[in-house]
Design a protein around this ligand. Structure first.
Ligand SMILES: [Zn+2]
Length: 126
């Protein structure tokens, strides 16, 4: 079976398509659903295992591990100094550790991490 473009088809029905043409067809359909670029990329990644480039990010536990301060403490400092804003990171949906529930967690970017490190140091926590 070959795709209409002449390459070997990786899907056979309803129409034989090679992977590239199938992907292009899917993307053109998706673009009409008004999904955000991010959602489309997430879909592609989940199906095809293509690495998606994202900004470097750190969870509160990452910073906790690094500094020896509890993640709860980092959360409190972050709230107190209002670090959970776009300058310092972004909210992402993650899976809760003990269930399939999706929860929103704040991930810090390099700038946010630096700011927390500074506040911990100034506060005498590290
Ligand atoms: Zn093709």
């Amino acid at each position: 079976m070959t795709c209409s473009c002449g390459k070997p088809a990786s899907i056979l029905s309803p129409v034989p398509l090679c992977e590239q043409c199938a992907l292009e067809t899917a993307l053109s359909l998706l673009s009409q659903c008004q999904l955000s670029d991010q959602s489309v990329r997430a879909l592609i990644q989940s199906e095809l295992n293509i690495p998606v480039k994202t900004q470097e990010h750190f969870s509160a536990s990452d910073i906790a591990d690094e500094t020896g301060v509890s993640a709860q403490k980092i959360g409190r400092i972050s709230n107190k100094y209002q670090l959970k804003c776009p300058d310092f990171g972004e909210w992402r949906l993650t899976k809760a550790t003990n269930s399939n529930k999706q929860i929103e967690s704040f991930f810090y970017n390099a700038q946010g991490r630096k700011q927390i490190m500074k506040l911990l140091k100034d506060g005498g926590y590290t």
